[in-house]
Structure formats: structure tokens, C-alpha cells
Write a protein that binds this ligand. Structure first.
Ligand code: E4P
Length: 217
């Protein structure tokens, strides 16, 4: 499963890309607002950090404007993926951008039917929001399972991008459910590595090695 980082914070992104394990990035208008910087400038900066996909979301809710915005965003760099909301206008724009060879990420997906329509519109990625469904007391992960089954049944090539990830266990469950990508907030990405027994085990190894008085080089 690929890892994208879900942030517009370029400092956090740089640290994540420096691990060599991160495949791309997703942003949304809320994350851009949180970063407090010029949208197109931030996207350009992120696109220079990676050759992987970088999702940048349109602001308009109307198809003609979405198309113009999407084309403008796609001009920033070759690895920009235009993010579109799961509305009729978003799907119409998705279809047009796909036909023009521009990659798309259809976002705010909460049902298998929405994901099916996005695949029919030729979306490169579909973003089902796990955490926001869990917040309502529903089972967000069930949505990933359902979409995987539908896409596999009919050979849709749209990639499942598990979004609204809130915990390290969400990542494990998304991988088990067959998501192609998980987009993860930096805090959760860092938590993927942590285990108390790893820390304790390493401290013991370092101490015992020092006790031998040996060196390897
Ligand atoms: C990513 O593409 C989504 O915009 C993001 O994962 C949403 O996460 P949230 O529900 O934590 O805001």
C-alpha cells in the first residue's frame, strides 16, 4: 500500500519525504487554510519535494469554474492531481479532465455508489473518508471493503485512496481491506513506527554492546 501524507505543512512534509518511504501528498482547502500560505505557491513547493502525486483541490462548486481551476492547478507541475468533490459537477469535471489526460482525485466519498460513479467518471483516485464515518458511529472501513469488491468485480482502475485516517490501526485495516493508498496525517505517520518494545529492546542492545568493548569498524 502506498503512503501519501495528508498535510499542506511543508516542514512536516519534508521530514516525511526524507524517510524515503512516502509516495505522495494530499491537501484540501482546510489544510491550506491551516498552513496560512498562498495555495499555488505551497502546491508548487510540495511538487518540488516529490515526483509522486500531489492532490490540490478546486474551490468552485460549479462545473465550468471547476474545469478552469483544475486546468490551472494542473499547470503548476506534472505531478499535480486535481481534487474534485463528489457532486455531479465534480464528476462531470472529472470526466473532462480525465479525457484531457489530467489526473484526478474524487474526494468526500461516503458510499459505495458514490465510488462507483467516480470510477465511471474515470477518476484516478477515489477518497473514501474513514474517520468521518467512524465519527458518526458508522464503520468507515466497511466502505473500503465494499469499494474494493465493486472495483475488482468490474475491473475499474480507479485507485482506492483511504482518507480521513485517524490512527495507526486505521492504516492496518485499510491495507487489509485492499486500499491502494492511505493518506496519513504526519502525526499518525510518525506513530506507525513506534513500539515500546522496540525502544526498550534497542536500549538493551546498545547497553550490552557497549559492555563488550568491541567496535565493528
Ligand atoms: C484527504 O484527502 C482528506 O481531505 C482528509 O484525509 C480528510 O481528513 P479529516 O477527516 O481528518 O479532515
Amino acid at each position: 500500500m502506498q503512503i501519501f501524507i495528508d498535510t499542506a505543512d511543508t516542514k512536516e512534509l519534508k521530514a516525511a519525504f526524507d524517510t524515503g518511504l512516502v509516495d505522495g501528498c494530499t491537501t484540501n482547502p482546510s489544510l491550506i487554510a491551516k498552513a496560512g500560505r498562498d495555495f499555488k505557491e505551497v502546491i508548487a513547493e510540495i511538487c518540488e519535494m516529490t515526483t509522486g502525486p500531489v492532490s490540490a483541490e478546486v474551490a468552485s462548486t460549479e462545473a465550468d469554474m471547476m474545469l478552469k481551476e483544475g486546468k490551472r492547478l494542473a499547470q503548476i507541475a506534472d505531478n499535480v492531481v486535481v481534487k474534485l468533490p463528489l457532486t455531479w459537477a465534480g464528476l462531470k469535471t472529472c470526466k473532462t479532465l480525465t479525457e484531457e489526460g489530467i489526473k484526478t482525485n474524487v474526494t468526500l466519498c461516503f458510499t459505495p455508489n458514490q465510488a462507483w460513479l467516480a470510477a465511471k467518471a474515470g477518476a484516478t483516485y477515489i477518497s473514501p473518508f474513514i474517520g468521518r464515518l467512524d465519527d458518526l458511529g458508522l464503520d468507515g472501513m466497511e466502505l473500503i471493503h465494499d469499494i474494493r469488491q465493486i472495483y475488482d468485480n468490474y475491473g475499474y482502475e480507479t485507485k482506492i485512496l483511504a482518507a480521513s485516517i485517524r490512527s495507526a490501526s486505521h492504516c492496518i485495516e485499510a491495507a487489509k481491506a485492499g486500499a491502494d493508498v492511505s493518506t496519513i496525517p504526519p502525526k499518525v505517520f510518525n506513530a506507525l513506527l513506534n513500539h515500546v518494545l522496540t525502544d526498550k529492546g534497542l536500549a538493551d542492545f546498545v547497553k550490552d554492546w557497549e559492555g563488550t568493548g568491541q567496535t565493528i569498524l
